[in-house]
Design a protein around this ligand. Structure first.
Ligand code: CA2
Length: 152
């Protein structure tokens, strides 16, 4: 059976490719989802790909991942910088988490340099646009393989 990876996207990421392409590029979230699905298939992974503008809905999806998913890739968008609720949910879910950002949050406004949610992440990928999600899939595959090998 394939492991399932939950890929979560926070507020306004549904506007990707439609508004502000000078910052976030022309790739839409639907195109990022398609790329994730095709790379995941080559890695033998299933993907659940979701976006919400609501903090509570993102928390619900993280909680529901327990027992169903092997890992989480999350771009919390603006909640990165504000959400203790998302941090608590990610800390308690009991599986590897990778945080992804399209932009390099350290090269932008100072308020974006702090990630509250990254405390729960095994690692962070930023500044590579939509390709960051693919890099995260590879990183998660390696983490899950290492965990399996250590359990044997
Ligand atoms: O670089 C990233 O991936 C961010 O998570 C994107 C967030 C931003 O608040 C974070 O600081 C960094 C913003 C996502 C909003 O995306 C839009 C896309 C198109 C038009 C408007 C917003």
């Amino acid at each position: 059976m394939h492991a399932t990876i939950l890929i979560l996207n926070g507020p306004n990421l549904n506007m990707l490719g439609v508004r502000q392409p000078e910052i976030y590029g022309y790739e839409t979230l639907t195109e990022i989802e398609a790329a994730c699905r095709s790379h995941a298939a080559t890695l033998g992974l299933d993907v659940i790909f979701r976006q919400s503008n609501s903090e509570g809905e993102l928390v619900d999806w993280i909680q529901q991942a327990r027992g169903r998913c092997a890992g989480i890739i999350i771009n919390p968008a603006a909640y990165t910088h504000t959400s203790i609720a998302l941090l608590d949910a990610l800390l308690s879910v009991g599986m590897p988490v990778i945080e992804v950002h399209l932009s390099n949050i350290h090269a932008r406004e100072p308020f974006r340099a702090q990630s509250i949610t990254a405390r729960a992440a095994h690692g962070l990928i930023g500044g590579f646009g939509g390709h960051g999600y693919i890099l995260a899939l590879y990183a998660l595959t390696r983490l899950l393989t290492e965990t399996k090998e250590n359990q044997q």
